[in-house]
Design a protein around this ligand. Sequence first.
Ligand SMILES: [Fe+2]
Length: 298
Amino acid sequence: MDQARMNDLITASINLGGLSQDDIARIIQFRVFGNRRGFLLLENMPIGAVPDTPLSRDSINKKDVRSEMLLLQATALLGDPIGYIQESEGSLINNFFPHPSQARKMSSDSFDTELDLHTENAFHAVQPDYLVLLCLRQDPGEEAVTYVASIDNILDKLEPADIHYFAHEQYNFLSDYCKREKNCRIDINKRQPVLYGDIAAPYFRFDPYFMVASSHQAQTKLAMLRDLAWQAAEPLRLRAGNLLIIDNRKTAHARSAFSARFDGTDRWIQRTFAVCNRRFLVEKLGTRSQVFELVANL
Ligand SMILES: [Fe+2]
């Protein structure tokens, strides 16, 4: 979709996206004050008519745009929608469903990065502040579980000395952006601590598979933190019409494995990313573009 058409759709979504006044108030409340769990779940949202789950992005034939409008309305309440060139060619709305080619790979030794708790794009200088997920269709076996672990809940399990450690120890966050293959690990010299911001109520960045520790101690601490994050993780089974807003500065998320049938009934999720600092990004990068290549530093 070109920018002019996307802007028309965003405008229509703001005016008539389908959120009730109560939903709007809850989303603004979440943006302004946050909450301890680091997510907001709204149920029974109007998503319109959902065709059979496609098998490829090229075969998405979705005429009813109520779900896209709902997603964009929620996103606009949180900030500005952004995309990344490396994900769905920069599309502001990403569609997720099982692909037959991936199912074959799952049986080999490939690694699904969604399976472990992670903060989205932790290596990227343009990090999404929020992930907005809209479930169009639950998997028929109801196996798929989304997990959200908030730093507020993890901090309860950490000693003050460990909180201090994670606010200072520099881990090397690797990038998974490469053209030829998925799940590559590229060193972009992005050394940063796990906890940042106001140490009394810190932000969280975490992606163990893509983090390189500089010492045995740092590696051991990272493994401990991963265990604690999983202990704090809340399981959610998204159903059709569930809108899940995840605070990407305060949480890590993951998804379980689930089965696919490739018969039109598979799980289908739509997602956007929202940033709250668009003007800062325009100033630093000198472009209004909402679609980003790799930005290592600002
Ligand atoms: Fe993710």
